[in-house]
Write a protein that binds this ligand. Sequence first.
Ligand code: UDP
Length: 478
Amino acid sequence: MVARETTQKKPHVAVLASPGVGHVTPLLELAKRLVVDHGFQVTFLAISTDAPPAQIQLLNSSTLLPDLHVIHLPHVDVSNLLTASTGVSVRIVLVVRQTLSYLPSVLTNMQPHIQSLIVDPFCLGALEYAAAFSIPTYLFLTTSASFTALTMYFPTLHAQVDGDYSKIAEKVVVPGCNPLLLDDLIPGVLMPEVLPLCNRIPLVKGVFINTWEELEPVTLGAVRKNPFFLGLPAPPVYPIGPMTKGNEDEPLTSTLESKKMLTWLDKQPPDSVVYVSFGSGGTLSGEQMSELAWGLELSQTRFVWVARPPSEVSASGSFFEAGYDAEGAASYLPDGFLDRTRERGLVISSWAPQVAVLSHGSVAGFVTHCGWNSVLESIAQGVRMIAWPLYAEQSMNARMLVDMGVAVWPKPAGDRAVVGRGEVERVVRSVMEGEQGKAMRQKVIELQGTGLKALGLGGSSNASLAGLADAWRAGGSP
Ligand code: UDP
């Protein structure tokens, strides 16, 4: 990012993110770009309730800029609305809904008045509040163009099947896009709770997407030109990615575990280590953790693993705890695993400085849950992947990565529920060694290059954001 000199009064925009590191990270990156590259003043509105420790540290990080101000919105108590079975998405929806009631007073007091509000999908309820102040709202869909297309198509699909998704055949054909497998979308994507958010999309002034023209040209072309999308009251889309955090923005780098991990990586040969992590919230069952451990051991490959305690009830069990110190991993990994792999592996139980790890010269592969931030961080560091989707739209992302030739996706054998150790061993070896690994490396480095180009001066994402910033500076929107 290049600091931009300006003598004009700085335009002021606000950014509002829902709780979760995966939500805050890309919106914070966008905020920084507006400040540093475009000379804006940005107020970042953070929802603190249920924010995991890593998010709090991300926002408190010393790298924040003078023209970037963080306001923590008041805490709300939703505990009386939660039950043992309340999922992550519903919990976020409840927290956001209650917190938004504070927005009018925050908007009233914000000086100078903001020109635009940028929100993530969970915060689309802010639209009505912003409209009352005549503030245009923009949506930052922090995922892929494919997911954006599906989101725009979802109300039509819902109406076609009267809300009964079991009526959908094997595939969902979003006009102009590759067919999406129903298995990838249920559960986690096709949910009635998502519908009110999708219905609000036509009301925003524009949709930012964390992708770039060269990564998803066909889908972006379809969203802009396919007759179906042209027939919708859909706002313009602005691919502005890859918006990923930099090494210097890592939260929790100073914990003992992070330091231990980076020191350990320093001692490993180049391109020899596979990094295993399931995002801020991903958890595996006890049986699956055991099989994964055995597979890593059998593969004889060096590894670093963020091994959170298993959960039998939820694949996103640590979403709100990300960054807390967990109990020692020895208690939930196979007996003797840590001793037998001591020379080749390192297990931590809480939080890794992910970008620092992925950018380390010893790391060549990433076993990832395919959260979109993790995917982009892996591509941005030229690291090939083993796709291990757990929830939300991660299976869609996994399939896209496999189609692009930068990931393999291990599958359970027959009707087993878990991926067995033999399959883990096979995929780790194929990604880290041999011809398949080489081809994937070459492909991911190509994508890394296109991403860098898109963000550079004259690049597609850079131009997309610059066009919008110029329009805002001139006092309007394109
Ligand atoms: N992350 C990290 N260390 C960890 C786990 C996650 O730094 O041990 C960061 C990761 O770099 C990414 C974010 O948390 O920026 C997770 O976002 P993603 O979209 O991949 O998944 P989510 O956690 O939202 O499912």
